[in-house]
Design a protein around this ligand. Structure first.
Ligand code: FES
Ligand code: FES
Length: 157
């Protein structure tokens, strides 16, 4: 039986059914990392400003540090553990590697999730639009030169 202060939510996680029992205001990032053992989405700012925790909900990017568990019921969540293995993210991973787009790698999962989201859009944004869309992805190491080169590789006309 679920204690009164807890809720039970059923959702899809990386294509598989998932169920968690937790406080309704618990954040998805902590559910993923602490309850479900998925540590790809990274904790950083905790206030939705850096994109280190980015996942997809129903195919759209969301910051998992802001998303409350009570909003998960019936949703589909995809994380870097799944998306990072797929063909759809392969060009993004290759471009980041070729361009030296990441250094320590902490921002990498969020970057791959956002870039893959942009790359699969139809019509695909151009490099300038893609760069603008990356304004919420912060990197503490690289100075963004490599990231910009990766964007140019991916979104060149
Ligand atoms: S940790 Fe979620 S946006 Fe920074
Ligand atoms: S490569 Fe270190 S935070 Fe981006």
């Amino acid at each position: 039986m679920t204690p009164a202060s807890l809720i039970e939510v059923d959702f899809t996680l990386n294509g598989q059914p998932a169920r968690v029992r937790c406080e309704p205001t618990r954040r998805l990032l902590s559910v993923l990392r602490e309850d479900l053992g998925l540590t790809g989405a990274k904790p950083a700012c905790g206030i939705g400003r850096c994109g280190a925790c980015l996942v997809w909900m129903d195919g759209k990017p969301v910051n998992a540090c802001l998303l409350m568990a009570c909003r998960l019921q019936g949703r589909s969540i995809e994380t870097i553990e799944s998306v990072g293995q797929t063909e759809q993210s392969a060009p993004v991973r290759e471009a980041l590697a070729r361009a030296g787009g990441v250094q320590c790698g902490y921002c990498g999962p969020g970057l791959v999730m956002m870039l893959t989201h942009l790359y699969r859009q139809q019509p695909r944004p151009d490099a300038r639009e893609a760069s603008a869309q990356l304004c919420g992805q912060l990197c503490r190491c690289t100075g963004y030169g490599g990231l910009q080169r990766a964007v140019d590789l991916l979104f060149a006309d």
